[in-house]
Design a binder for this molecule. Structure first.
Ligand code: ADP
Ligand code: MG
Ligand code: MG
Ligand code: MG
Ligand code: MG
Length: 435
């Protein structure tokens, strides 16, 4: 990696830089800057009218400057004239606290001050659909149990292999690709990394998948539940904490239950304690709540949790401990903001470690079959409004994420809920017309 973007441009024949920041709703906003102008932009940042994106700002605010982080630069494998670089938002010479990448960087620094180095991996599922967004794109992909469908993944080989080749060329440690549990759905996996690197890769992955799909005349969606009755798009997160140098996994302890150390248990305890509130960030849209709490899909399972419970290697709970030294949070969905997803996990986990939180009883039952036998485990929020209210009630989580961020997020998300609630639907006509 080079610290000097102008030098990077000369070495790689890059003509344009895409200086990109992510807003509160996960939208990636960019300016395309010619290499001739990158030296000044690297110093001063690219100017944006922040209020025109999903940030709680007004037209009266001064310019927001997106200052590129050269460590994140990636030459687009499918368009090498251009390089993408993640940026940090600055206004009046100060970090914009509500900007998601700044929020994550603050939490990473806080973890580091407690001697912790968080490493994560994400599984960002997606559908390949028709360009109009109405149907899946492969008319032969109709099996009632399509998970790992060999024939169907090969019909999309040109798209999937092109993306995987790019991840390999970028050195991400891509290791498997499959057809997932819904018709038209895929998952591609690469190696875990530091939380900030994973968030940048997650953002770039979404950009890349959409771009390659469009190149092939298709459309890719990460929408949590794009089709009724089909399994939704999850974005499971795998989490481990390492020592300051990032060399020793401090979550690993083979003498402990499931190989998870006391520290790992406490971090998990924080996730359990804040689960209903953090759903406002891991499951951030109206549509998210049709993936969790879902009735059975035609494949036989939803693959998504509805209760705050944890377990060993069992896919019916909110948290799974698949092996020693890490756990998997199965709650997040494809709409989760890549930076806020990592930030809220660290915020909840740090609180868990500081307060020595107990994750509670572990259940090894099939939650889909026998969940009714579990007494006292909280249910996840049933809709976005409930989740926002839970988040608003959770003072310590809000404080950990920062007051400016939390109030901006709640304000814009409540506006989104209100817009949804005032929208007239066919359902209400069907159920109310003849009342
Ligand atoms: P599954 O579908 O069984 O949940 P995947 O192989 O699809 O598993 O995804 C596992 C993810 O977990 C990958 O991103 C992988 O790199 C990541 N992972 C593996 N070990 C760790 C670890 N110690 N810490 C954080 N992430 C990890
Ligand atoms: Mg202008
Ligand atoms: Mg997976
Ligand atoms: Mg999956
Ligand atoms: Mg998983």
């Amino acid at each position: 990696m080079t610290a000097d973007l102008a030098e990077f441009a000369r070495a790689k024949n890059v003509k344009y830089f895409m200086i990109s920041y992510t807003d509160l709703f996960g939208g990636q906003r960019a300016k395309l800057v010619p290499a001739q102008a990158i030296a000044d932009m690297q110093k001063d940042g690219a100017g944006f009218a922040g209020f025109a994106t999903w940030l709680d700002l007004t037209p009266a605010h001064p310019d927001m400057l997106a200052v590129p982080d050269p460590d994140s630069v990636i030459q687009l494998p499918w368009k090498p004239d251009v390089a993408w670089v993640a940026a940090n938002c600055i206004m009046d010479d100060k970090e914009v606290d509500q900007a998601p990448r700044n929020t994550l960087k603050r939490l990473i620094a806080e973890a580091a001050s407690d001697g912790m180095h968080v490493k994560t991996g994400v599984e960002a599922e997606f559908f390949l659909i028709s360009p109009d967004g109405k149907t899946i794109s492969d008319e032969y992909d109709t099996a009632s149990k399509p998970c790992y469908d060999q024939q169907a993944v090969m019909r999309r080989y040109d798209v999937i292999a092109e993306i995987c080749d790019h991840m390999l060329a970028l050195g991400w440690g891509a290791y498997q690709n499959d057809h997932e549990d819904a018709n038209g759905q895929f998952e591609m996996n690469w190696a875990f990394d530091d939380a900030l690197a994973t968030a940048d890769k997650h953002s770039f992955f979404k950009f890349m998948v959409k771009s390659i799909a469009e190149k092939h005349g298709l459309r890719a969606t990460f929408m949590p539940k794009p089709f009724q009755g089909l399994t939704g798009n999850g974005c499971h997160a795998h989490i481990s904490v390492w020592d300051k140098a990032g060399k020793t996994n401090v979550f690993a302890d083979n003498a402990m239950e499931l190989g998870l150390s006391a520290k790992g248990k406490n971090f998990l305890g924080g996730i359990m304690k804040h689960a209903s509130a953090l759903a406002a960030i891991t499951n951030p849209t109206v549509n998210s709540y049709k993936r969790i709490n879902a009735p059975r899909t035609i494949s036989g399972a939803t693959w998504a949790p509805n209760t705050v419970t944890w377990t060993g290697n069992n896919r019916t709970h909110m948290v799974r401990v698949p092996g020693p030294g890490r756990f998997e949070l199965r709650l997040p969905d494809g709409a989760a903001n890549p930076y806020l997803l990592q930030a809220v996990i660290i915020a909840a986990g740090l609180d868990g470690i500081r307060s020595k939180a107990d994750p509670g009883k572990r259940y090894d039952i099939d939650m889909y079959q026998h969940g009714h036998t579990v007494k006292g485990a909280p249910k996840l929020p049933l809709n976005l409004l409930d989740a926002l209210r839970e988040f608003d009630k959770d003072k310590s989580l809000k404080a950990a994420l920062g007051e400016e961020f939390s109030s901006a997020y709640l304000k814009l998300k409540h506006q989104e809920w209100n817009s949804y609630a005032s929208h007239f639907t066919q359902w209400e006509r069907d159920h109310t017309l003849d009342i």
